[in-house]
Design a protein around this ligand. Structure first.
Ligand code: 13P
Ligand code: SF4
Length: 312
């Protein structure tokens, strides 16, 4: 990837500031390629949680969306967690309010609650376990109880329910517009052009899409799958940033996006990362009582996934 002289200057400045301030930059796979250049770690939600939990840095600059930065704060509350844009949210996380979950819990008093990380800290605090796309099946399988309320993503719920048929799974009606709007028609069109391509899809996609996929995985796992599979061409069904990430990590293969952009993920720019680190804002915090309860739900995920290693 070629960067402009101005971008290179900013990248150098960020690297110097990171050292001076003992800061690390955690970057989600969907971020812009120039932001990858200043990352200490690039990954999916689970890998970024593990890094946030283990870091000794004083400052965590989180390049992703706000629920990810909140999660970093919950996992390592002594650290200063900052994000370039205070309003980089997640449309799916915003769909579920604490009152909706309280209602569901009342309706199903015996059920345990597994909450996808794409949710607010308050929702996590009301849950028995948190999960990510790569740990969802293990968490639902491993959690005690035969009835599970799984929120907020109805598509991920369908996917998990198929893998864990021995449990009754109760869904909420949330979804990610970026993934839910992918259609079979757009996939057929791409297949016409790249007939031999393997299809890799994110489990936030609809069942009708997942049925056509060769692989269903978290964003980071897509990289491992593309490296291992002998195919040369891949259709990538998730947020469009993943296509850039795959091209960078697996340069000898071809990746074609059947994808949409997540505008919240794309709010961060290399300029805003520099400003964020210089001014040390916007600072993310979570109230103490919420942090304590949400941390218990995170720890349940770590217990059921051998500290996040099980999905490597
Ligand atoms: P991953 O944990 O697979 O990276 O997914 C995060 C996300 O927001 C997908 O839309
Ligand atoms: Fe949320 Fe969807 Fe964007 Fe992921 S891609 S952050 S689930 S809106």
């Amino acid at each position: 990837m070629a960067f402009t002289t101005e971008q290179k200057k900013i990248i150098d400045e960020i690297k110097k500031l990171k050292k001076a301030k003992n800061a690390i930059v955690l970057v989600h796979n969907y971020q812009r390629p120039e932001i990858y250049e200043v990352a200490d770690f690039i990954g999916d939600s689970l890998k970024l949680c593990v890094e946030a939990r283990n870091t000794n840095a004083d400052i965590i600059v989180f390049c992703g969306v706000s629920f990810m930065a909140e999660s970093a704060y919950i996992l390592n509350p002594g650290k200063k967690v900052i994000i370039p844009f205070y309003d980089a949210g997640c449309a799916m996380a915003d769909m579920l309010k604490p009152s909706d979950l309280i209602e569901l819990k009342k309706k199903h008093p015996k059920a345990k609650v597994v909450t996808y990380i794409n949710s607010s800290a308050e929702i996590k605090a009301l849950s028995d376990a948190v999960c990510t796309s790569s740990s969802a099946v293990d968490v639902v399988k491993g959690l005690e109880g035969s009835e599970i309320i799984f929120v907020p993503d109805k598509n991920l719920t369908d996917y998990v329910a198929k893998q864990v048929s021995e449990k009754k799974i109760i869904a909420f009606d949330g979804y990610c517009p970026i993934h839910d709007f992918l259609t079979r028609e757009s996939l057929y069109e791409a297949k016409k052009e790249y007939g031999n391509a393997k299809i890799i899809a994110h489990p936030e996609s609809k069942d009708e899409i997942l049925e056509c996929a060769d692989y269903i995985s978290s964003t980071s796992e897509m990289i491992n799958l593309a490296k291992k599979d002998p195919a040369k061409d891949f259709l990538v069904l998730t947020e469009c940033g993943m296509v850039e990430r795959l091209k960078k990590e697996v340069p000898d293969k071809n990746f074609h996006g059947v994808c949409n952009f997540c505008f919240d993920m794309k709010k961060n720019t290399i300029e805003s990362v520099l400003k964020c680190l210089k001014e040390e804002k916007f600072v993310i915090t979570v109230p103490k009582n919420v942090t304590e309860k949400a941390l218990k739900a995170f720890n349940k995920m770590f217990e059921l996934t051998k500290n996040g290693q099980k999905n490597d």
